[in-house]
Write a protein that binds this ligand. Structure first.
Ligand code: UD1
Ligand code: CA
Length: 458
């Protein structure tokens, strides 16, 4: 099958410099949703028609083609003279021996199942239209039937009052026998209310030539909903998020409120996962069995081990959390963080590009960067690894069973040996030997007879 995706329109009502089809839904451009759906139909040709927004659309398509190893052609439509004119731009790319499916780049949520059904009813010789009955069909093309048979499509602006009363509308998604399509496109005229070349005019041509015209319907209206404004984008975002939440619930995930979770990527959950309100998941996030995520956490490309508890207000990105670990509240795990089993990371602790082995703890107010931390290490409040001299980064190594006293600075590169203790307030600039107490602190003195200054009374 050939797939043509129309994405040349301007999207004026978005009130944005970004081309409409590049606006994100669930963190992914609208057009990418459509391309991903099209790809799962394994088309032999895939062509995106672009126009408005200059190079941004073909650039995004090029990147996606490269990342997925798929061939995706693009064709420029300039100026934009209507949907029929848009499809004309793809004609040289289309293989006559298979049907052509037309999709819109601004209709992101059509399911693969719905498209498969449409392709099935079309077979190799019929024209098939995805139609839907809408309570408010205003602005859309109406399906004109006689004795139940589709005769043509009439656009709102060309329709009679009687035709405007029809509630069955054209979603715009069609499957067309390709050889016929090419002929019909050649004979299109723009003699209509909008002076456009309507793709929809091919329906009457098919009927005139005795080509059967059939239809099928999506499982829900949102499958054919397009985005023309930020209001519609926001509505579809909510719809999509609710669909994702329902899928999670069906798989047994507990969501404290299915209306208050956002998944902008792929969220994979084990059994008995509980997610509280206000959490955002981006990229690929894996939560193993029994993980709980407290309110208002953001997890990006993260893997959380079984039984771990992510307390409220944590930010975790490109990080791995070990089984049974306790994270937060208010913890930040930055890229390259790998925590072993039963690691405790408390409030206002930031960890970056570091490994922390099993049973170690950093419970309050610490920065651990470019560090290798062993097992059963205790990192006291206020500890900082000084990993950066303004130009270069250095590693800190803290071996098993070390105890880092509060408010210590570890000036990397430096190693704290196994079982070593650092006294509170130590500025460590040389390695601390294993098993011993190391402390760098001026001796405490008390000045006898010292008096606190007092304000002179005027
Ligand atoms: C079109 C259909 C209408 C249908 C409606 C569904 C025609 C003539 N009408 O309406 O029957 O109910 O979609 O939303 O086909 N586009 C281009 N180049 C153009 C014009 C449009 O690429 O020259 C793209 C747009 O970017 C958009 C899609 O085609 O993705 C539909 O265009 P739009 O103007 O929104 O639809 P209408 O023509 O109003
Ligand atoms: Ca539209």
């Amino acid at each position: 099958m050939n797939v043509v995706i129309l994405a040349a329109g301007m999207g004026k009502r978005m009130q944005s410099a970004l081309p409409k089809v590049l606006h994100p839904l669930a963190g992914k451009p609208l057009l990418q949703h459509v391309i991903d759906t099209a790809r799962s139909l394994q088309p032999s040709k895939l062509c995106v028609i672009y126009g408005h927004g200059g190079a941004a659309v073909p650039e995004m398509v090029g990147k996606l083609a490269e990342a997925t190893g798929t061939r995706i052609d693009t064709a420029l439509q300039q100026p934009q003279l209507g949907t029929g004119h848009a499809v004309m731009q793809a004609v040289p790319q289309l293989d006559d021996s298979v049907p052509t499916l037309v999709l819109y780049g601004d209709v992101p949520l059509t399911t693969v199942d719905t498209l498969r059904r449409l392709v099935e009813v079309a077979g190799s010789d019929k024209l098939a239209i995805l139609t839907v009955e809408q309570a408010n069909p205003f602005g859309l093309g109406r399906i004109v039937r006689e004795n139940g048979q589709i005769r043509r499509i009439v656009e709102e602006k060309d329709a009679s009052a009687e035709e405007r009363a029809i509630r069955e509308i054209n979603s715009g998604i069609l499957v067309i026998p390709t050889k016929r399509l090419k002929g019909w496109l050649e004979s299109l005229s723009n003699n209509n209310a909008q002076g456009e070349y309507y793709l929809t005019d091919i329906v009457a041509k098919a009927v005139a030539e005795g080509v059967p015209v059939v239809s099928s319907q999506p499982s829900a209206e949102w499958e054919v909903a397009g985005v023309n404004s930020k209001v519609q984008l926001a509505e579809l975002e909510r719809r999509h998020q609710l669909n994702i939440a329902n899928t999670l619930l069906e798989k047994g995930v507990t969501l404290m409120d299915p209306a208050r979770i956002d998944v902008r990527g792929e969220l994979v959950c084990g059994r008995d996962v509980v997610i509280d309100v206000g959490c955002v998941f981006e990229g690929r996030v894996e939560l193993a069995d029994g993980v709980t995520v407290g309110p208002n956490c953001v997890l990006v490309n993260a893997k959380v081990g079984a039984g771990a508890n992510i307390k409220p207000f944590c930010h975790i990105e490109d990080a791995v959390v070990g089984d049974k670990s306790q994270i937060g509240p208010y913890a930040r795990l930055r890229p390259g963080t790998q925590l072993g089993e039963d690691v405790h990371v408390g409030n206002f602790v930031e960890i970056k590009n570091s490994t922390v082995a099993a049973h170690s703890k950093a419970n309050h107010l610490a920065y651990v960067g470019d560090a290798t931390v062993g097992s059963r290490v205790n990192i006291g409040a206020g500890t900082i690894t000084c990993n950066y001299d303004g130009a270069n980064k250095f590693r800190t190594v803290i071996e098993d069973d070390a105890f880092i006293g509060s408010d210590s600075q570890l000036v990397a590169p430096v190693t704290v040996g196994a079982g070593a203790t650092l006294g509170a307030g130590t500025t460590l600039t040389k390695d601390a030997p294993a098993g011993k107490l190391t402390i760098s602190r001026p001796k405490q003195i008390t000045i006898e007879g010292w008096k606190r200054p007092v304000k002179v009374k005027k």
